[in-house]
Design a protein around this ligand. Structure first.
Ligand SMILES: Nc1nc2c(ncn2[C@@H]2O[C@H](COP(=O)(O)OP(=O)(O)OP(=O)(O)O)[C@@H](O)[C@H]2O)c(=O)[nH]1
Ligand SMILES: [Mg+2]
Length: 440
């Protein structure tokens, strides 16, 4: 069977980029999109030798771009020795086939490029399975074109693809493979859930954001960890969780997650569900933004859209109805005065930091501390000395501020997440304490 391998890419691959500007977007938008595509292409290891943006009122069904532009593209490919054409938007299988016929080199779209980067980056079994599911799901409707690729590589004029029967067999095998991978992923997901149950029940803060926003850099800065940070896109595919201490002795768990990007295909988001569990189970989300990016507003809404996709249809995330979110503007060190005051007006509520220099991180920790106080409550929990099981439960369920023995009981003063109070009440005597701020 033809397993899906993305068209081979070597560092000396020379790519040409194609974007289309429709009436709904501006020329500047498209230029930014192409710049991002270029970053993706270089991340994947290709050298970019040019690009075109076609302005159209609507897309051309058969070839995506118009006839004239297609000729222009074919000429550029020939002249510049291009061996890969990358479209900024997803192409229908037939469109890609038609364009390839005309230009004579591999044609891929944004999704294939992202999948290629993901497959190179995936390190853990979980990440590899997630990427493979996404690749196979993507390949399924495109098998015919893959066969065409193969026949072209075989080189013979008039080389025929396999008959429909062979295609059908391959499709079935791919579907079976996807199901098997999903089952394996579900097992990993269950193990992760088990592990989580056993870990300290601290307040969970999860950093989300556009790729390259500086999420890993922030985690490293606050938790002293050494997660890979890089100017390339999608450096992080697996989540990392670390403990962060707050001044005053309390602590929380902070998790760094995979970055989002515009036009992220829905099935790719879905296949990363296991990774995104960290988003569902967060008590607080830090939405980190590269404030120095001219398109930070658009990036914010892309991230919000993906979050909506991840959380929207999952009732488990809706235990509290929604997850509180803090907007954090990063890379403050790169802002000029004009941008800075513009951001001040536009995002008055946001916390501003530089993960690189450490500027603003104290204020960020203060803000997280306030959210922790909102999401948790101080309680007095009384447990009989003899009840070892419940004693252990309390120790794990929250942050113990004081522990006293009174007669036959241990009396804890403990900071609990509000959602854990009910669980503890089943086996211990819990009294909510009113804190000085007036907020229980
Ligand atoms: N100047 C400046 N650069 C920063 C700052 N924070 C992060 N960076 C840089 O931005 C790039 C991306 O940082 P990462 O921490 O890898 O970003 P990320 O959000 O984890 O990216 P992905 O894992 O790819 O989604 C790196 O080159 C960092 O050095 C900052 O506050 N100021
Ligand atoms: Mg990262």
């Amino acid at each position: 069977m033809a397993s899906y391998t993305p068209p081979p890419k070597t560092p000396d691959e020379t790519a040409f980029l194609v974007g289309v500007k429709l009436p709904a977007s501006t020329f500047e938008d498209e230029q930014e999109n192409i710049a991002e595509l270029e970053l993706l292409a270089t991340t994947a290891g290709a050298a970019v030798s040019g690009s075109i943006i076609q302005q159209r009122t609507r897309l051309e069904g058969a070839t995506y771009i118009g006839k004239g532009k297609l000729e222009e593209l074919a000429a550029a490919v020939e002249e510049k020795g291009i061996n890969l054409v990358i479209f900024d938007d997803d192409l229908a299988p037939a469109q890609a086939r038609n364009i390839e016929k005309r230009v004579g080199v591999n044609v891929i779209d944004r999704t294939e490029l992202i999948l290629d980067i993901f497959s190179k980056r995936a390190r853990t079994r979980q990440a590899r399975i997630q990427v493979e599911i996404a690749q196979l799901t993507y390949a399924l409707p495109r098998l015919k074109r893959l066969w065409d690729h193969l026949s072209r590589q075989a080189g013979g004029i008039g080389t025929k693809g396999p008959g429909e029967t062979q295609l059908e067999v391959d499709r079935r095998k791919i579907r079976e493979k996807i199901s098997a991978l999903k089952r394996e992923l579900a097992k990993i997901e269950n193990r992760t859930k088990e592990r989580r149950k056993n870990r300290e029940e601290l307040f969970n803060v999860t950093i989300v954001g556009y790729t390259n926003a500086g999420k890993s850099t922030l985690l490293n800065r606050l938790a002293g960890s050494d997660v890979l940070e890089s100017g390339r896109l999608f450096s992080t595919l697996d989540s990392t969780t670390r403990r962060v201490e707050l001044p005053g002795g309390s602590a929380f768990l902070m998790t760094d997650t995979i970055g989002f990007i515009r036009k992220l295909p829905a099935h790719l988001v879905a296949s990363f569900h296991a990774t995104l569990l960290d988003v569902e189970e967060a008590d607080l989300l830090l939405h980190l933004v590269d404030a120095s990016s001219p398109r930070c507003a658009e990036k914010i809404s892309v991230v919000n859209d993906v979050l909506y996709k991840v959380l929207g249809d999952r009732p488990s995330a809706g235990k509290q109805g929604f997850i509180p979110t803090l907007l954090v503007l990063n890379k403050a060190d790169l802002l000029d005065a004009g941008t800075s005051s513009h951001l001040d007006q536009k995002y008055a509520e946001a916390v501003r930091v530089s993960a690189a220099t450490g500027e603003g991180t104290d204020e960020l920790l203060d803000a997280v501390g306030r959210e922790i106080r909102k999401g948790t409550t101080l309680a007095r929990v009384t447990v009989p000395v003899a009840d070892g099981r419940t004693l252990a439960l309390v120790e794990k369920a929250g942050q113990v501020v004081r522990r006293e023995v009174e007669d036959e009981d241990v009396v804890f003063t403990v900071r609990l997440r509000r959602r854990d109070v009910g669980r503890l009440e089943q086996s211990a005597d819990v009294t909510i304490l009113v804190e000085e701020s007036g907020q229980p």
